[in-house]
Design a protein around this ligand. Structure first.
Ligand SMILES: Cc1cc2nc3c(=O)[nH]c(=O)nc-3n(C[C@H](O)[C@H](O)[C@H](O)COP(=O)(O)OP(=O)(O)OC[C@H]3O[C@@H](n4cnc5c(N)ncnc54)[C@H](O)[C@@H]3O)c2cc1C
Length: 348
């Protein structure tokens, strides 16, 4: 009978990171994935690793920890997996939308160990970097501590590296009925009659985690749909821009990625013209001179969103041996390695 130290359900960025950090500790890991590693948001995200600009210390610590892990992955993961996640260093311009935001941002950066990585620039100064900017009345907060990554490749690199360290990968639409429980303890899984022993299982199944576990534990996560437009343009666009929840950046595929939406529509799939128009109109309000903009792709996927907007990393109090890692919302690519490593440390 097969035996594993840990079964992981879902190979998005969080599950793949959990597999990677656990397999590196020589733990025997089985990853079960319904579709493929990087299906949905972990393979479709913009992949911006933006600094945290809120005031919650717990969340800031996770951001800092996870960004440091990305820096390690930038130097190791290609060799460990043979997949290039294309980490790219850039400047991130956070356009300030009103006067009150300035003090909020000043406060947020004052908590960083090295606030010199941030700089406030006025409209004139921003135009030296991006002449096509239409207006930024209140200026921008510019960060040098920013990278972008190919989120599909990174998720797959983490998964492949974990396999190289001994993990196994299996495609299956896992249901809680596949769990074997004894005296409120998880003791294994039964898949198509095959029993696999394990006393630990982690659900890193994105927004689907709530549905899978609904008969056992309550997980406060729901889908928050987001859409992105990818367009061809011959115009240069070297930096990354963020304004009022939207963003634009030219990625490694040479497309200008413009986003996004936050749609509370459950698991209603599909791209919409309404979202496309909203995204393009928002971009054209901020930038001029992209007359050759040619839309090549339009994507839609579901972020795992938690009402308190904070990641969930916990062991179940109801059933021993069940762990949950989800709810990273808009920051899952940035936080994925940190969440996977913390969950691995919680489990082993
Ligand atoms: C438009 C958009 C842009 C984004 N941009 C950024 C960004 O720039 N930076 C950033 O940090 N974050 C970004 N995000 C957020 C980020 O993509 C997500 O937070 C992150 O990918 C979530 O990862 P996850 O591993 O928790 O879940 P998921 O990626 O959802 O992975 C869950 C996995 O579980 C599998 N699964 C589900 N049910 C089952 C089952 N029954 N059995 C087996 N497997 C199952 C799924 O197939 C999937 O592979 C963006 C998201 C969107 C939508």
């Amino acid at each position: 009978m097969k035996e594993f130290d840990l079964v992981i359900i879902g190979s998005g960025i969080v599950g793949s990171s959990l597999a990677y950090y656990s397999a590196k500790k020589e733990k025997k890991v089985l990853i079960i994935e319904k579709n493929f590693a990087g299906y949905n948001s972990s393979g479709t995200a913009q992949g911006g690793l933006s600094p945290y600009l809120g005031d919650d210390k717990k969340i800031r610590d996770l951001h800092v920890e996870s960004f440091n892990l990305h820096k390690e992955l930038k130097s190791n993961i290609l060799e460990e997996s043979n997949i290039n996640p294309h980490y790219t260093e850039k400047k991130l311009f956070h356009i300030i939308s009103n006067k009150n935001e300035i003090s909020t941002l000043e406060n947020a950066i004052s908590y960083y160990e090295d606030p010199s990585k941030f700089e406030f620039l006025d409209e004139e100064e921003i135009r030296k970097f991006e002449p096509k900017l239409k207006s930024a009345r209140f200026g921008a907060l510019v960060s040098d501590d920013y990278m972008e990554v190919d989120s599909f490749n990174l998720t797959n690199a983490l998964k492949e590296a974990s396999i190289n360290f001994g993990a196994e990968f299996f495609i299956n639409n896992f249901s809680s009925k596949n769990m074997i429980l004894r005296d409120s303890k998880f003791v294994g899984i039964n898949i198509e009659g095959e029993i696999i022993n394990s006393n630990k299982i982690a659900f890193t199944s994105g927004p689907w985690t709530k549905l899978i576990l609904k008969d056992h534990i309550d997980v406060d996560v729901k889908p928050l749909k987001g859409q992105i437009i990818k367009a061809k343009t011959n115009e240069e666009f070297e930096n990354s821009f963020y304004w009022q929840g939207d963003y634009a950046t030219k990625k490694i595929d040479d497309y200008l990625w413009i986003g996004t939406t936050e749609e509370d529509v459950g698991f209603l799939e599909g791209r919409t013209d309404e979202a496309k128009n909203k995204i393009i109109n928002s971009f054209k309000k901020i930038f001029s001179g992209f007359s050759d903009l040619d839309i090549k792709e339009h994507t839609a996927c579901f972020r795992p969103y938690n009402e308190r907007n904070e990641p969930i990393l916990r062991e179940s109090t109801e059933i021993e041996g069940i762990y949950v890692g989800t709810g990273a919302g808009r920051n899952g690519i940035k936080l994925g390695p940190g969440m996977g490593k913390r969950l691995s440390n919680m489990i082993f």
